[in-house]
Design a protein around this ligand. Structure first.
Ligand SMILES: [Zn+2]
Ligand SMILES: [Zn+2]
Length: 195
């Protein structure tokens, strides 16, 4: 495969953004890694400077590879705590947020996953504060759900329910970036994140 040449300006912009250092460990002489592994996709948010160690050891080693959506979060928010193994259970519990679609019918699965995420966050340091904030951002509104019983309900009721559920999904889609920001903010209060 021929590699598309990376424009110098783009490369310079990326390296400047990271002070010419590895995004993970701060090491020098970083390579440029394509987050989606498509060497022709030279968009700034698809690129990450990684020192030879972090690049080859972690990103091109099939047994240790960090998955692409997680690397995108790291590219966007930059906190190295995102890559620590202790973040993984949080990462897994929030990943459903990116798959919420406006036109799905039901919200039952979403409500279960929201509860799982909030319960988990509640168990962490500062969990009381952050689980409340999460409730505000992605908590289910009163009266949502219920579409399992569609056939038994009258039309007005159904319409109202569809509206409540659609509003709920809209709220999640609007707030999912804020959720990620909160979850990353919460990392700084965890003892492991600063080691
Ligand atoms: Zn490194
Ligand atoms: Zn690479």
């Amino acid at each position: 495969m021929t590699r598309a040449l990376m424009p110098k300006k783009l490369k310079d912009d990326l390296l400047d953004e990271y002070d010419h250092r590895c995004a993970v460990c701060g090491g020098d002489r970083p390579h440029i890694h394509h987050i989606d592994e498509d060497a022709t996709n030279n968009k700034l948010d698809n690129l990450l400077p990684l020192c030879p160690n972090c690049h080859l050891r972690d990103q091109h080693n099939p047994t240790r590879k960090i998955d692409i959506p997680k690397l995108r979060i790291f590219r966007k928010y930059k906190d190295p705590a995102i890559l620590k193994p202790q973040f993984h259970p949080i990462y897994l519990r929030q990943s459903f947020l990116d798959h919420v679609e406006l036109n799905d019918e039901k919200v039952e699965d979403i409500k279960i996953k929201v509860n799982e995420l909030i319960e988990f966050i509640h168990s962490l340091e500062m969990g009381n504060f952050y689980s409340k904030r999460l409730m505000e951002l992605i908590g289910a509104p009163k009266g949502s759900g219920g579409l399992f019983f569609i056939g038994m309900e009258d039309d007005e009721y159904r319409k109202r329910l569809v509206k409540i559920n659609t509003d709920y999904r809209t709220k999640i889609i609007e707030n999912r970036d804020s959720v990620k920001i909160l979850l990353i903010e919460l990392l700084r209060y965890q003892a492991w994140a600063n080691k």
